[in-house]
Design a protein around this ligand. Sequence first.
Ligand code: FPP
Length: 233
Amino acid sequence: MDGNGRWAKQRGLPRIEGHRRGVETVRTITFAARDLGVRQLTLYAFSAENWNRPAEEVGALMGLLEFYLKKELATFVRDKVRLRTIGRIEGLPAGVQRLLRETTEKTKDFGDYTLVLALNYGARNEVVDAARAYAAAVASGAEKLNDSSWGTFSRYLYTADMPDPDLVIRTSGETRISNFLLMQAAYAELIFTPVLWPDFSKADLAAAIAEYARRERRYGLTSEQIRPAAAAK
Ligand code: FPP
């Protein structure tokens, strides 16, 4: 969700106004994605590196997150949206943690649509945390080192029982991954759009999904292997 700051700057507004508008887009896109048939949407809301921003901006972002969670809980329950999180949640302010716990608990039985918030998230931290947990499991005898595989190790990632992303969209024209789901996005399709996050609309999301649908995902195979019928024509 990149471009909040630039959106505000273009209008001569403080950066936080861009974030405030960004939260509106979070609301729109959460429901737009579901309308378009998406089963799980992950939003990179606060990275482990974002703590290094000016204290005033960090404080405002945490305030917005708290406000958003308070306001959305009833909507999630009404509209059957399961909320989950990935990241070092224990590093967030206590009030935010409490709201996250309450919301995830109250929505945990909804199975059709999941919103995942990546908060205090960094893929490298995730690998370190998973390696630590995996090592502890090996030491306790719960896992056997000789059985190590991606299948066993990936159960120690924050995303343990979540599907890998099919499509990763980055807004605002930046063409970087920035420590987002590095392992899980190994085979994801990447779409970079110049649209700033506060302006990102349902039509933009639909266009990205249409572009995704035109791509051929080969997972290391040849086109003929994937589409034998089409190749034989
Ligand atoms: C990137 O824009 C955006 C962020 C670092 C924060 C995103 C957070 C929110 C929209 C609010 C809180 C989240 C939720 C889920 C309610 P940027 O500031 O890097 O923009 P710039 O690159 O134009 O400066």
